[in-house]
Design a protein around this ligand. Structure first.
Ligand SMILES: C[S@@+](CC[C@H](N)C(=O)[O-])C[C@H]1O[C@@H](n2cnc3c(N)ncnc32)[C@H](O)[C@@H]1O
Length: 790
C-alpha cells in the first residue's frame, strides 16, 4: 500500500547539496584580528621599576666615584667604603647621599620591558648615559638575582597594591649588588664596553621568560663546564705528581682512596721512567699495588702475586673485577630427553627469559631471568636439563665422545660432564664415571637417574690407581681437582685460603692423575686414543706445567682441542719453556669470555709403552752418551766417525739424533723406535726413513686436529696413519711390542758396552766418571755443562 513512486518523472536539480555547497571564507571582526595591546602585569611593572632604580643607583655611584677620582681621592679608601657599606650608607665625599627613589606620580602605564626608550620618562635625578657601564656586573648577576626577586615579589604580592608599589631605598635591592661595587671592577670598566652592555641589557629586556631561562641554564652549564675543566686539570696535575704514600697515609685510606691509588700506581707503572718519583723502585710500586689490590679485593698476598705474574696490570684489574661478579646462569639441554628448541619453548612458557648460549654450543641456554627457580621446574625434575656453567661444556666438546666407545671420566662427581658425555654417546657404549669421593659420587647417581643415563658404571676408585682395575679406554676425561682460581666468583674463599702448598699439592695430584689417565687409554683404539685434561684454575702450575710433565713421561702429544675460541696456552711463562704445541691448549677467562676461568688440553696417545721415568743414573748415561760424541766431534778424534756401528748408525748420525731427542718432547717415540731399529740391525738409512715416518705421523696428527664437528673424520685420519694402521691388528702389535721391549733391553746393554769401549778408546774414562759423580751429586743433566767440563 501507499504511494507508488513515479520513476518516469524527471527530477529537476535544485543545485548543490548541503554538503557540497562551498563554504565562504570565515569572516572575523577587525578588532579580533588586531593584537590586543598587552598590559604589563603588576609584577612586571614592579620588576621594571626595580630595574630602573637599580640602574639609576649604579649610575649615580659611578658618577660619584668618578668625581672622587677626579678629585684625587685615594681609590683604595673609596672602594673599601663602597664595599663595606650598603648603597644607602655610602657617604660621598661631596656630601650628597643617594636618595630614595619614588615612582613618579604621572606613572600610569609602564611600557614593555624591551621598551628602553621609555626609560628617560622615569625621573631619575643625577643619572646619565655615561654611567651605564655599571650595568655590566648586573648583567653577569642577572640570572642569579632574577629568581630571588621573583620570590620576594611573590611574597609581597598580596600586600602591595599597584599604587603603593615603591622602592623606598636602594637597600631594597639584592644584597648581591654589593659585590658589584668592587673597586677592581670599577677600575677595569671601560667606557667602550658601555654600548655593548647597553645592547645586552636591551636584549635581556626583549627576551621572553623561556629565553631567559635558557640563558640562565646556558650560563650555569658554562660555569659547570669551567669547574669540570679545572677539576680535570687538577686531576691530571695530581697524576703527574703522584706521591708515594707514607705509613700514616696508608692507615687512613678508605676504599675509594685505595681504588684511586691503584689507578695512579698503574698509570705510573705504565710509564715508569717518566712518572716515577726517583726515590722508589718499580718493585716498591709493585708492592704497593699488590697490597692495595689485596686490600681492595680481599685477596691474600700470595694469590695476588700469582695473578700479577699471570696478567698484565690492566688485564689483572679486569680479571679481578670480573671475578667479583658471578657468571650468567647457563643450563645444558639433556639431548637424551629433549631438543633444545622444545626445552626453550617449555621454559619460556613458564616465564623464563633465555637465549642460546652462543653459536659454539648446540645444547646450552643462558638464562637472563626467571619467575621460577631453575632447579625446581618440572623440566628440571624430568631431567630435561642440568644447571651447568658454560665453561663446563668445553672439556666434553674437546673430548668429542663417539657412540659405542669405552670412555672414562676419572673425576666425575657431581656428574655434569659425565652426563654430557653420555648424552653425546646417546647412551651407547660404556661410560665409567669414577670419583674418589664417596659422598660426592651420590650426586652422580642422582643426576644419572634424573637424566636417564643408562650406559654407565659408577666407581669410587682413587684415580691414581685406576689402571690397577682396568685400562683400555678409547677416551678419558680428567677434569682434575684444582685450586679453583678460575671460579672465585662462585667461591670467594679461594681469595684468602690458597697458598703455595695448596698449589703444589694440587699440581702433584694432577700430574699423578694425568699419568694414570694416559695409562688408562688404549693408544690402539680405532676411534680414539685421546685424553682431555681440564681444570677450573688459571694457574700455570696446574695447567701447562702438568701437561708438560706428562709429555715428557708418556707417549702422548698435544693436539688441537677443536674449540673455536679461547686464549692459547703459554709456551713460555717466566723462566719456563713449554713445548711449542702448548699453543693448542685453551685458556678461558671470566673477563674475556664471560665464563669461569678454565683450561682445556687434548692429548693423543700414540704408544702403549710406558717409558721408564728417567732415573738419575739414566739421565747421566744420556748425558754421557751425548757428551762422548760431542767430545769426539770436538776433538776430531772419533775413531768410529764415518764407520758403521755394530748396533747403530755412525756416530755423527746418532749424535744428531740424540740432539733431536733432547730438544723435542716427542722424542720418547723416536727413542723407542730407534732402539728397535738398532736391534734389527738396519742401516742408518732405513733408520732415518723410519724416524722420519714417525716424525711425519706426529706432524700429521698435529696438523689435522680432530674437531668436535668432524668426529668420523677424526677416526679416518687416525687410520690413515702408518702407526695407526699397525694398530688395526692388535695381536700383531702386541707381539711386536713385546719384541720391541726385549730388543730395547738388549740394545741398551750392548750400547752400554759400546760406550765403555769408546770411552776406553778415547782414554776419557777418568774424565767421564769424574763428571758423572759431579752430576750425580748435583743432579744436573745438562749436556752443555758436561761438555764444558770435559
Ligand atoms: C673438578 S671436580 C670434577 C667435576 C666433574 N667433572 C663435573 O663436571 O661434575 C674434581 C673431582 O675430583 C675428585 N677427586 C679428587 N681426587 C681424586 C682422585 N685421587 N681420584 C679420583 N677423583 C678425585 C673430587 O672428589 C672432585 O669431585
Amino acid at each position: 500500500m501507499g504511494r507508488k513512486a513515479k520513476f518516469t518523472e524527471e527530477k529537476t536539480k535544485k543545485g548543490p547539496g548541503r554538503k557540497a555547497k562551498k563554504q565562504k571564507d570565515p569572516k572575523f571582526p577587525k578588532a579580533a584580528l588586531d593584537e590586543p595591546e598587552k598590559k604589563p602585569s603588576h609584577r612586571q611593572k614592579q620588576r621594571a621599576l626595580k630595574r630602573i632604580q637599580k640602574r639609576a643607583a649604579r649610575k649615580e655611584k659611578i658618577k660619584e666615584i668618578k668625581k672622587i677620582k677626579k678629585e684625587n681621592v685615594v681609590t683604595k679608601e673609596l672602594s673599601q667604603n663602597v664595599k663595606s657599606t650598603t648603597i644607602k650608607q655610602v657617604s660621598i665625599p661631596n656630601g650628597s647621599t643617594s636618595k630614595p627613589l619614588k615612582r613618579p606620580k604621572n606613572f600610569v602605564h609602564y611600557p614593555q620591558e624591551s621598551d628602553e626608550e621609555e626609560e628617560p620618562k622615569v625621573d631619575m635625578k643625577g643619572f646619565s648615559d655615561h654611567n651605564k657601564q655599571w650595568l655590566k656586573p648586573k648583567q653577569v648577576k642577572t640570572a642569579m638575582f632574577d629568581s630571588e626577586e621573583d620570590d620576594s615579589d611573590e611574597e609581597d604580592e598580596d600586600q602591595e597594591s599597584e599604587e603603593d608599589a615603591k622602592v623606598t631605598s636602594l637597600n631594597d635591592l639584592s644584597d648581591e649588588d654589593d659585590d658589584e661595587f668592587d673597586s677592581d671592577s670599577i677600575k677595569d670598566e671601560d667606557e667602550s664596553d658601555s654600548d655593548s652592555i647597553k645592547l645586552e641589557e636591551d636584549e635581556e629586556d626583549d627576551l621572553l621568560p623561556i629565553e631567559k631561562e635558557t640563558k640562565k641554564l646556558r650560563a650555569k652549564q658554562k660555569r659547570e663546564q669551567k669547574l669540570a675543566d679545572e677539576e680535570l686539570k687538577l686531576n691530571i696535575a695530581g697524576q703527574e705528581v703522584f706521591q708515594f704514600p707514607n705509613d700514616v697515609e696508608n692507615e687512613q685510606m678508605t676504599l675509594q682512596d685505595i681504588q684511586q691509588r691503584v689507578r695512579d700506581v698503574i698509570v705510573v707503572l705504565a710509564d715508569f721512567n717518566k712518572l716515577r718519583d726517583g726515590e722508589h723502585s718499580r718493585g716498591d710500586y709493585m708492592e704497593l699495588l699488590q697490597k692495595d689490590l689485596c686490600n681492595y679485593y680481599s685477596y691474600n698476598l700470595f694469590l695476588m702475586e700469582k695473578f700479577m705474574e699471570l696478567f698484565s696490570l690492566s688485564e689483572l684489574v679486569e680479571f679481578l673485577e670480573a671475578s667479583e661478579v658471578e657468571r650468567p646462569l647457563t643450563i645444558r639441554t639433556n639431548t637424551l630427553k629433549i631438543r633444545r628448541r622444545d626445552l626453550a619453548q617449555a621454559l619460556i612458557n613458564r616465564g623464563v627469559n633465555l637465549d642460546p648460549v652462543g653459536q659454539w654450543s648446540k645444547v646450552g641456554l643462558v638464562v637472563y631471568s626467571s619467575q621460577v627457580p631453575m632447579g625446581a621446574t618440572p623440566e628440571y625434575l624430568a631431567g630435561q636439563y642440568i644447571i651447568q656453567g658454560a665453561s663446563s661444556f668445553l672439556p666434553v666438546m674437546a673430548l668429542a665422545p663417539q657412540e659405542n666407545e669405552r670412555i672414562l671420566d676419572m673425576c666425575s662427581a657431581p656428574g655434569g660432564k659425565a652426563s654430557h658425555i653420555a648424552a653425546i654417546m646417546k647412551n651407547t657404549g660404556v661410560l665409567v664415571a669414577n670419583d674418589v669421593n664417596k659422598n660426592r659420587i651420590t650426586a652422580v647417581v642422582g643426576n644419572f637417574h634424573r637424566m636417564g643415563v643408562i650406559n654407565s658404571i659408577i666407581s669410587t676408585l682413587d684415580g691414581r690407581k685406576f689402571t690397577q682395575t682396568t685400562t683400555g679406554f678409547d677416551r678419558v676425561l680428567l677434569d682434575a681437582p684444582c685450586t679453583g682460581t678460575g671460579v672465585i666468583a662462585k667461591d670467594p674463599s679461594v681469595k684468602t685460603n690458597k697458598d703455595q702448598q695448596d698449589i703444589q699439592r694440587c699440581s702433584t695430584l694432577q700430574r699423578e692423575l694425568l699419568l694414570a689417565a694416559i695409562d688408562s687409554v688404549n693408544s690402539k683404539s680405532s676411534t680414539g686414543g685421546y685424553i682431555v685434561y681440564s681444570t677450573c684454575s688459571v694457574l700455570v702450575e696446574e695447567n701447562e706445567a702438568v701437561i708438560d710433565y706428562a709429555l715428557k713421561r708418556r707417549n702422548v702429544c698435544l693436539v688441537q682441542t677443536g674449540l673455536e675460541f679461547g686464549t692459547e696456552g703459554f709456551t713460555t711463562y717466566r723462566q719456563h719453556r713449554f713445548h711449542p704445541n702448548m699453543k693448542f691448549t685453551r685458556r678461558f677467562y671470566p673477563h674475556t669470555h664471560n665464563m669461569d676461568g678454565f683450561f682445556v688440553a687434548k692429548l693423543k696417545k700414540f704408544s702403549n709403552v710406558i717409558p721408564k721415568p728417567p732415573t738419575v743414573e739414566e739421565a747421566v748415561e744420556e748425558v754421557q752418551e751425548v757428551s762422548i760424541e760431542d767430545i769426539e766431534e770436538k776433538m776430531n778424534v772419533s775413531p768410529s766417525k764415518g764407520k758403521k756401528r755394530k748396533h747403530g748408525g755412525d756416530v755423527t748420525e746418532k749424535s744428531k739424533k740424540s740432539k733431536v731427542m733432547k730438544v723435542d718432547q716427542l722424542g720418547t717415540k723416536k727413542e723407542g723406535i730407534k732402539k728397535v731399529i738398532k736391534k734389527d740391525g738396519g742401516d742408518a738409512k732405513s733408520k732415518k726413513v723410519k724416524l722420519k715416518k714417525a716424525d711425519q705421523s706426529k706432524t700429521n696428527d698435529l696438523k689435522k686436529p680432530p674437531t668436535s664437528t668432524k668426529l668420523s673424520k677424526e677416526a679416518k685420519t687416525d687410520l690413515k696413519h702408518p702407526k695407526k694402521q699397525a694398530n688395526k691388528s692388535p695381536s700383531k702389535t702386541k707381539v711386536e711390542e713385546v719384541q720391541a721391549e726385549k730388543k730395547v733391553k738388549a740394545v741398551k746393554s750392548k750400547e752400554g758396552k759400546l760406550k765403555m769401549k769408546n770411552r776406553n778408546k778415547l782414554g776419557m774414562k777418568g774424565q767421564v766418571s769424574t763428571v758423572k759423580s759431579k752430576i750425580n751429586s748435583n743432579k744436573l743433566t745438562s749436556k752443555k755443562m758436561f761438555t764444558k767440563k770435559s
